[in-house]
Design a protein around this ligand. Structure first.
Ligand code: NAI
Ligand code: MG
Length: 362
């Protein structure tokens, strides 16, 4: 089978790590029976500065019409407002109906580098990607009761979006449960579980709808092997930081999911390790969680692991779990041995050396 993959490096180290992702796809063992062809696509701030648009129509159309999957690097966003510029990643998620942002956070313990946790973390945050406060419907008006202004934002939660995000969280938890059983004691053992995160004690209508819809979706027979828990988001932060090893799959509305997943990335040691997949009804887009990292741009030392793991995430959601596993295992083995670690993990290896090492293991 040939899969067509759109490559969108974007800005900064996106241009250094996306080629590493491409090399991984090209180096997969032929016994997997997969072939890839690639199409290079533009997006980002540099493209905006040169051509006046951050997300060319051609990029969106090619992804919609031609591609099975995509790899997105990172884009820079200026700190002060620039007229006409909006972040292409937010627009892309919307245009391609990528309703779920799936972020696995996993530690590999190794004597070669220091990890903030002493026992391994292996959890997935499933973040709703289309609504909540991020519908960006804000307004500002004069305060009728005093001087100054009032600003407000809409928090929108729908049954449909809550149901589909809870369902995909349940499916991921079941798949992970089966993988752990298959790994036969070699994986970190834990109870298969989905934790629903919300604040319905205060926001009884919006988060209340998210909570009740997620509960209902997860009570389906397909999920009967899972433990379903819920956790109010502030104590969720507390427990996640105290005992991240406990968690399996966490499902959350957009804003809480954004905050929790960046926190979880800190717990596993480096932004350079954490991947994601944007998933919807059509195309699947892998994307490292980090940004364009201008402080290390052009030095050839960006950690490619987040992108390489994102290649695995993309393949997992393109129904190629075997290929995904081959990649995850090669990465974990490389990290465990720790001979080629990049400077963010305290090592000296370049982007190319880390990638070469993983390619060899494939
Ligand atoms: P960042 O993620 O780019 O960098 C944060 C820190 O982590 C830096 O010290 C960087 O060197 C380090 N780091 C990140 N990825 C690394 C890797 N693969 N290997 C080694 N070290 C790595 O976040 P920052 O500095 O806040 O933002 C820089 C730019 O990236 C901004 O313009 C921001 O808007 C953009 N950004 C874009 C995102 C996206 O495209 N999805 C996400 C986050 C930020
Ligand atoms: Mg974020």
């Amino acid at each position: 089978r040939t899969l067509r993959i759109g490559l969108i490096p974007g800005d900064g180290i996106g241009r250094e790590v996306i080629p590493a992702g491409r090399r991984i796809l090209e180096s997969l063992p032929s016994s997997l029976g997969l072939k890839f062809d690639f199409v290079d696509l533009d997006a980002g701030y540099d493209h905006f500065k040169a051509f006046g648009t951050a997300l060319p129509e051609k990029t969106v159309e090619t992804l919609q019409k031609e591609c099975d999957g995509a790899l997105f690097g990172a884009v820079s966003s200026p700190t002060s407002k620039v007229a006409g510029y909006t972040s292409p990643i937010v627009a892309l998620r919307k245009r391609l109906s990528l309703y779920a942002n799936v972020r696995p956070c996993k530690t590999v313990l190794s004597p070669a580098f220091k990890s903030p946790s002493t026992s391994p973390i292996d959890l997935v945050i499933v973040r709703e990607n289309t609504e909540d406060l991020y519908v960006k419907e804000e307004r500002t008006y004069p305060d009728p009761n005093g001087d100054g202004q009032i600003a407000e934002a809409i928090k929108r939660i729908s049954t449909q979006a809550s149901r589909r995000i809870a369902t995909i969280a349940g499916e991921i938890a079941v798949r992970r449960q089966k993988m752990r059983q298959k790994a036969n004691g070699q994986a970190v053992q834990k109870e298969a579980m989905v934790t629903i995160t919300h604040k319905s004690n205060v926001l009884s209508q919006t988060d209340g709808l998210f909570r009740s819809t997620a509960r209902e979706a997860l009570s389906a027979p397909a999920f009967s092997s899972l433990k379903i828990e819920e956790q109010i988001v502030d104590s969720m932060v507390y427990k996640l930081f105290l005992q991240p090893q406990y968690y399996d799959v966490i499902v959350a509305p957009n804003l809480y999911g954004d905050l929790l997943s960046d926190g979880a990335a800190a717990l596993v040691g480096s932004l350079g390790l954490v991947p994601s997949a944007n998933v919807g009804e059509g195309i699947v887009m892998g994307e490292p969680c980090h940004g364009s990292a201008p402080d290390i741009e052009g030095k050839g030392i960006a950690n490619p692991v987040a992108t390489i793991r994102s290649v695995g995430c993309m393949l997992e959601f393109l129904n190629q779990p075997e290929a995904a596993d081959v990649i995850y295992n090669a990465v974990d083995e490389g990290l465990r041995e720790g001979k080629f670690t990049s400077p963010d993990l305290g090592g000296k290896a370049s982007t190319k050396e880390v990638t070469d090492d993983i390619v060899r293991r494939l």
